[in-house]
Design a protein around this ligand. Structure first.
Ligand SMILES: C[S@@+](CC[C@H](N)C(=O)[O-])C[C@H]1O[C@@H](n2cnc3c(N)ncnc32)[C@H](O)[C@@H]1O
Length: 241
């Protein structure tokens, strides 16, 4: 089970981590600047509302204020086209190969895979009704609403299963279940990325930035989880930098 960064061609965007920290501060009280400050009931309620809103994975998360998530999740080929090529080359996908994207959102990765390699059989699944409803028209026939922890596909359905920053959204136990599901529906090959940190700075950034991942761990803890559940696919990490 190799650690491999197959997102290395995904353009790096500058994330306004400080700004979101400040916004959290504005809405959530003094906590972002002084994590040791005791939380007032109001702080907790505001922070709770913020996280709850993001975790609904609705319009606010994808296309609402940056405070709640992406601040506009729109298609731009510069993001996924190089990654689609990278995955295709790395896994040497033959014409007719089947690929599942778990947590496909609006289907942008699948969109570019299908555009570049029309012979691929693509499928996407996402828990967000909003994202699936707003999938690109070309990819809409291939995507559906569903939960990563209970994939509605028979064992060994796909030549390749990918899941980018999705299986770490639920709790640790559900996350393990989602990874098991990735393995179950794959014929052997898979690539997942999870929220993680190596350095203290990355941990702090993740805390400030992340709104949805209930399971974000140090890379060494992820290694233990992968070993515990006998994950045999490929993986990499999403670092907040
Ligand atoms: C951080 S976004 C990543 C989206 C896309 N993979 C990308 O990299 O742009 C996480 C995605 O996971 C979806 N998601 C969260 N929990 C899920 C679950 N239990 N099952 C399926 N999808 C889920 C969200 O709706 C969202 O589209």
């Amino acid at each position: 089970m190799p650690e491999i960064n197959l997102l290395d061609r995904y353009p790096r965007t500058r994330r306004p981590i400080v700004a979101r920290g400040k916004l959290k501060l504005a809405r959530g009280g003094r906590l972002a600047s002084d994590p040791t400050a005791s939380r007032t009931t109001e702080d907790l309620m505001v922070e709770h509302t913020l996280l709850q809103t993001a975790r609904r994975f609705g319009r606010e998360y994808f296309d609402g204020d940056r405070l709640y998530g992406y601040g506009g999740y729109y298609y731009d080929p510069k993001f996924w086209t190089p990654t689609a090529r990278r995955l295709h080359q790395h896994y040497e996908l033959a014409p007719g190969s089947s690929i599942l994207d778990v947590g496909c959102a609006k289907g942008f990765l699948l969109h570019d895979l299908k555009r570049l390699y029309p012979d691929l059989a693509v499928t996407g699944i996402d828990i967000s009704n909003y994202a699936i409803e707003h999938a690109t028209p070309e990819i809409k026939p291939y995507v559906q609403v569903g939960d990563a922890t209970l994939l509605p596909f028979p064992d060994r359905s796909f030549d390749l299963v990918v899941s980018i920053n999705t299986v770490s959204n639920p709790t640790l136990e559900q996350c393990k279940q989602a990874i098991r599901e990735v393995m179950r529906v794959s014929r052997g090959r898979s690539f997942i990325t999870v929220h993680a940190w190596r350095t203290e700075k990355q941990r702090e950034n993740l805390q400030k930035w992340n709104l949805t991942a209930l399971t974000s761990l140090h890379v060494s803890d992820w290694e233990k989880i992968f070993a515990e559940i006998n994950y045999t696919g490929d993986y990499y990490y999403w670092f907040a930098e």
